[in-house]
Write a protein that binds this ligand. Structure first.
Ligand code: SF4
Length: 357
């Protein structure tokens, strides 16, 4: 990108940068690498408006890597609850422990090579840390930049389509990063994508890049980037809420379709309008002769990655106390503690129906 255009971009950013809890008032000040890491990880797949409060709460409780590394996974999940994609929270904790144990000052490393081997830190997050915190000439490529590059250069393919396609986008990102004040150009583009070069109806009249944007000049912004070739998949399933007479709810670890690495409510794919009665999947955990009643108590919608889900909630009441767990993959959680124990909103949605019966 020519220097005159980069200058316009900087001027636009200085005038329009939105105040954010992870963004200092002085836009030229290097950032705390830890804060960049946490905010950028939270921002993956989540709106800025939602991340603001989560970030502030998180930094209050875990202000640095050392504090975070001492926390339990349960507590970290509690502070993440609602952001989804819990593997991100798990990886943050793993990385915090590695950094605490391997570095003298418990600080994130300042090279791409060292960053990208840490759990959960990919090319994008590494670029953000190196650029925004360490002011290195490192590239960033997120969905906002992809949209801008696709429109600027009328690229009619997505970076996910092939290795060459990905390289083309990264080359444009590197071109931006290969400049003095790369940290500002990277951040300004992310902001521009979020607030001006929107997915639908971009505000081209307010855009500092307009005179170089092929899609805007050709009046074809709606064509770029091209839509994804894959569409969301519908998934219908059943979630089991199994409760004993001493008011304990069954939680299982592993062996499930989703949430493979955390305790969750048992769930499985099932046809719509499945017949009533005790499903065979429940008998993996309980004896049929210990069941007092089976009742469909509701239905909810949920999205996980590309899955658009619709789930029936089957409430299975036992006629006795919670049996002793036969493996470490089974836990019985007191009903009063279930809201805190189950980290995913998927489980919380199913448990909400319990309050209504
Ligand atoms: S001119 Fe319009 S389409 Fe082009 S980068 Fe700016 S906002 Fe996006």
């Amino acid at each position: 990108m020519e220097t005159g255009l980069l200058k316009l971009l900087r001027e636009w950013f200085r005038k329009n940068a939105v105040a954010l809890p992870w963004r200092p008032a002085d836009l030229d000040a290097p950032r705390d690498p830890y804060a960049v890491w946490i905010s950028e990880t939270m921002l993956q797949q989540t709106q800025v408006s939602m991340v603001r409060d989560y970030f502030t709460r998180w930094m209050k409780r875990f202000p640095d890597i050392e504090t975070l590394a001492k926390a339990s996974e349960e507590e970290v999940f509690r502070y993440w609850q609602g952001l989804g994609y819990y593997s991100r929270a798990r990886n943050i904790l793993k990385t915090a422990k590695i950094v605490r144990d391997d570095t003298r000052e418990a600080t994130l490393p300042n090279s791409r090579k060292e960053l990208e081997v840490l759990p959960g830190i990919g090319a994008y997050t590494a670029g953000a840390i190196l650029s925004l915190a360490y002011h290195q000439r490192e590239a960033i490529l997120d969905g906002n930049l992809v949209r801008i590059f696709s429109r600027l250069h009328t690229l009619d393919f997505l970076p996910t389509e092939s290795r060459n396609a990905l390289k083309t986008y990264w080359d444009y990102a590197r071109e931006i990063a290969d400049s003095a004040k790369a940290y500002m150009h990277n951040e300004a583009l992310m902001e521009l994508g979020r607030t001006v070069c929107k997915v639908k109806n971009p505000y081209c009249d307010s855009c500092p890049l307009r005179k170089a944007c092929k899609a805007a000049l050709e009046n074809r912004t709606a064509e770029f980037p091209p839509s994804k070739r894959h569409t969301q998949k519908d998934w219908h399933g059943t979630v089991l809420v199994i409760e004993s007479v001493d008011h304990k709810i069954l939680a299982v670890h592993g062996g499930q379709r989703f949430f493979k690495n955390q305790f969750t409510l048992p769930h499985f794919e099932s046809p719509r309008n499945a017949t009533a009665g005790l499903p065979a999947q429940a008998e993996r955990y309980i004896d049929a002769d210990k069941v007092k009643s089976v009742e469909n108590i509701g239905k909810f919608r949920h999205s996980i990655t590309i899955h658009k889900m619709e789930c029936d909630v089957l409430y299975i009441r036992l006629n006795g106390k919670a049996p002793a767990p036969t493996s470490s993959d089974i836990k019985w959680i007191r009903r009063g503690q279930a809201q805190d124990f189950f980290a995913s909103s998927f489980c919380l949605k199913a448990l909400d129906f319990l309050e209504k019966i």
